[in-house]
Design a protein around this ligand. Structure first.
Ligand SMILES: [Zn+2]
Length: 553
C-alpha cells in the first residue's frame, strides 16, 4: 500500500517560517487541511490528483492574522458613504452630497472615514454638513471612529442644545456661547447614534461576508474581532458570527472579543459567560472580553499620566472651563474597579483585550493584569493591550513579566498630518519619543501581535508591515518616525502571523510546521529579496484556510 498523496503541494520557491531571520527554499505538502510534510518528504507526496503551486518568484507564509479588527462594521461601511480616500473639505462635502442624491430614500445619511486633519482642530461644523445634507439627519464618523460629525437635523432630533450636559464618557463640542457645533466626541456620539434606524439582520450578515472577502484578499485567514456585542448604539454582531459559523459561511477563524459595557460592572459577567458558551461554534470562539480603557490622544480622551499640553486651546476655543494642567484624559473604567473585574474574568477563563492607548491606560491595564496574576497565578489567558500609542518606559518590561501581549497597530507609527498636527503638539517632545515603542517592547521580550483596527485604518497587513519596518508610510519616504523603534521585516511578519495566532489562542496556526492547519498566504514576490522601501508593493495571490482556497487574485 502506498502512502496517500498530498492534496496541495507548494514547491520550488521561498517559504518563510515565523521566528526565522529570512525565508529559504522549501516544499510544503498539505493533506486533509493540515501541513503533512516539508522538504523532500513533501515532494514525494506528489500524486496525480495533487494540486501543485509553483512558488518561483513568490513567497509562502502562514496566513496573516489580524489581532484587532472590526470586520462587521468595516463591511457595513463598505456599503455606506465612504470618505476614506478624501482629505479636501470641499471634496468631502461633494462626496456626501452625491451620496445623499444617490440614496434619496435613506432616512439618514451615514458613513465614515473623514480625517481630523481636514478641518481646523479636527472640528467640522453642522453648518458645513447642512449644505451637503439639508433635508435629512446625517451622522458621519471620522476615520478613527472616536468622534462623529452631525448636521443640524441630527442634533435637533437628538435634542442636543446648549443646555445638554456632556456625558461622562464623551464631549459635545461647543462654540464660545456653549452652542453645539456639530462635532461629538466618544460617548457623546451615542446621543445621536441611538436614533439611527435599526440595521436589518440581513445587512449585517452581508457585511460580514463582504468584510471576509476583503480580508481574505489581503491574505488574512484569522482575526480577533475587537468588539462583539452592542456598544454605543452600534448593532450587535454576536449572532452574525455565531450563525455564520454554524452555517459554515465563516471561512476565517475568528476570536470574538465580547464588549464590556462600561456603564455596568460585575453583574454583566454572567451574561458574558452565557454568550461565550452559546457562541463557541465551528470557527468562532468568543472567549475574550474587550475592555476599552481610554480613547485617543487627538481629542484628549486618551488617559495620560501627566496632563496634556494645550497649545491650541485659544485657537479652537473648545475647552471651556478646563485648564490644560488638569486635563489627563479619561479612564473609561474606574481604575480602582478594573483589577477586580480583570481578576474575575481571568479566573473564569476569559482572555481580556484592552484598548489602552495613553500611558495611564496602559499602566492601569497592566496593573489589572498584575492583580489577576497575583490572585489566580499564571493562568493560560493571553491578555493583551492594543494600540499602545504612548508607553511609559517603566511599563515596557512589565509586558514580558506579566505575560501580557503587546497588540500593535503598526500602520499608525508614521508621520502623517493627524499625528504631527493633532497628537504631537498635545504630547510634547518627551512623550512624542515614547510613541509606538515596538522595538523597545520586542527587545524587552514582550510577545508582539499585530492588527489593523480596520475600518479605523486600512486592513492591509502588508501596509502595516511596511510601516513597522520603515516607520514611514508607503510611497512617502520622508523622515522616519522614531527609527529606533523599527522592526525587521522578519519581526514584523512574525508579529502578524505567529504573534497574532498566539494572541488569538490559535496554536495550530501561524506556523508552517508539520501538523499545523494549512492556513496560508502566497505573496506575488519575496519582499525579503527587495529593498525595505518596496515592501508595500507586494500583493497576495492566494489564501487558504484549512487547505481550502478562500482567495485567489
Ligand atoms: Zn478598535
Amino acid at each position: 500500500m502506498t502512502a496517500p498523496t498530498a492534496d496541495l503541494l507548494f514547491t520550488d520557491g521561498p517559504v518563510y517560517d515565523p521566528g526565522q531571520p529570512a525565508p529559504r527554499p522549501d516544499a510544503v505538502a498539505v493533506r486533509g487541511g493540515v501541513i503533512v510534510a516539508r522538504g523532500e518528504a513533501a515532494r514525494q507526496l506528489a500524486g496525480p490528483r495533487t494540486r501543485r503551486v509553483d512558488l518561483r518568484g513568490r513567497l509562502l507564509i502562514p496566513g496573516f492574522q489580524d489581532a484587532h479588527v472590526h470586520a462587521v462594521f468595516g463591511g457595513l461601511e463598505l456599503g455606506q458613504c465612504d470618505l476614506t480616500a478624501l482629505t479636501d473639505p470641499a471634496a468631502l462635502l461633494d462626496r456626501i452630497a452625491a451620496y445623499a442624491a444617490e440614496n434619496p430614500r435613506a432616512a439618514w445619511i451615514t458613513g465614515a472615514g473623514w480625517s481630523l486633519e481636514s478641518f481646523p482642530g479636527g472640528l467640522p461644523t453642522a453648518a458645513q454638513l447642512d449644505r451637503a445634507v439639508p433635508d435629512r439627519p446625517a451622522l458621519l464618523h471620522n476615520r478613527d471612529h472616536h468622534g462623529a460629525w452631525a448636521n443640524s437635523r441630527a442634533l435637533e432630533l437628538a435634542g442636543i442644545t446648549a443646555a445638554t450636559p456632556d456625558p461622562a464618557d464623551g464631549r459635545i463640542e461647543r462654540d464660545a456661547r456653549g452652542e453645539p457645533t456639530g462635532m461629538l466626541q466618544e460617548g457623546a456620539v451615542g446621543l445621536v447614534a441611538r436614533l439611527l434606524p435599526e440595521l436589518r439582520r440581513a445587512d449585517l450578515d452581508a457585511a460580514l461576508l463582504r468584510a471576509q472577502r476583503l480580508l481574505h484578499s489581503l491574505g488574512i485567514t484569522a482575526w480577533q474581532d475587537a468588539l462583539v456585542g452592542r456598544a454605543q448604539g452600534m448593532a450587535d454582531n454576536y449572532a452574525v458570527y455565531r450563525d455564520a459559523a454554524a452555517a459554515g459561511t465563516l471561512t476565517a477563524r475568528v476570536r470574538g472579543a465580547l464588549w464590556w459595557d462600561r456603564g455596568r460592572g460585575r453583574e454583566q459577567i454572567a451574561e458574558l459567560e452565557a454568550r461565550r458558551a452559546a457562541g463557541r461554534i465551528g470557527r468562532f470562539e468568543p472567549g475574550t472580553v474587550k475592555i476599552m480603557q481610554d480613547g485617543i490622544i487627538e481629542n484628549r480622551t486618551a488617559a495620560l499620566i501627566d496632563p496634556y499640553l494645550n497649545p491650541a486651546a485659544a485657537a479652537c476655543g473648545c475647552r471651556d472651563g478646563a485648564t490644560a494642567s488638569a486635563d489627563r484624559g479619561l479612564s473609561f473604567v474606574d481604575p480602582d474597579l478594573l483589577p477586580g473585574y480583570v481578576t474575575e474574568l481571568d479566573r473564569l477563563g476569559f482572555q481580556v483585550h484592552f484598548h489602552a492607548l495613553g500611558d495611564r491606560a496602559v499602566r492601569e491595564a497592566l496593573d489589572a493584569v498584575e492583580a489577576a496574576r497575583a490572585a489566580n497565578g499564571e493562568s493560560a489567558q493571553r491578555h493583551h493591550l492594543a494600540h499602545l500609542q504612548v508607553v511609559h518606559p517603566d511599563d515596557v518590561p512589565r509586558f514580558k513579566r506579566l505575560g501580557a501581549v503587546a497588540n500593535i497597530q503598526p500602520l499608525w507609527a508614521a508621520h502623517e498630518p493627524q499625528l504631527d498636527e493633532l497628537a504631537i503638539p498635545v504630547l510634547g517632545p518627551e512623550r512624542t519619543a515614547r510613541q509606538y515603542p515596538f522595538g523597545d517592547l520586542l527587545r524587552s521580550g514582550a510577545a508582539l501581535a499585530a492588527g489593523s483596527d480596520w475600518p479605523v485604518s486600512s486592513a492591509d497587513p502588508i501596509a502595516g508591515i511596511h510601516v513597522a519596518v520603515n516607520r514611514s508610510l508607503p510611497g512617502r519616504d520622508g523622515e522616519p518616525f522614531l527609527p529606533g523603534q523599527r522592526l525587521t521585516l522578519a519581526e514584523a511578519v512574525t508579529a502578524y502571523t505567529a504573534g497574532s495566532a498566539w494572541a488569538n489562542h490559535l496554536d495550530d496556526t501561524g506556523s508552517l510546521r508539520v501538523g499545523a492547519h494549512a492556513d496560508l498566504a502566497v505573496l506575488d514576490r519575496d519582499p525579503f529579496a527587495a529593498p525595505a522601501t518596496e515592501i508595500h508593493a507586494a500583493r497576495v495571490e492566494a489564501a487558504f484556510v484549512g487547505g481550502e482556497e478562500v482567495w485567489s487574485g
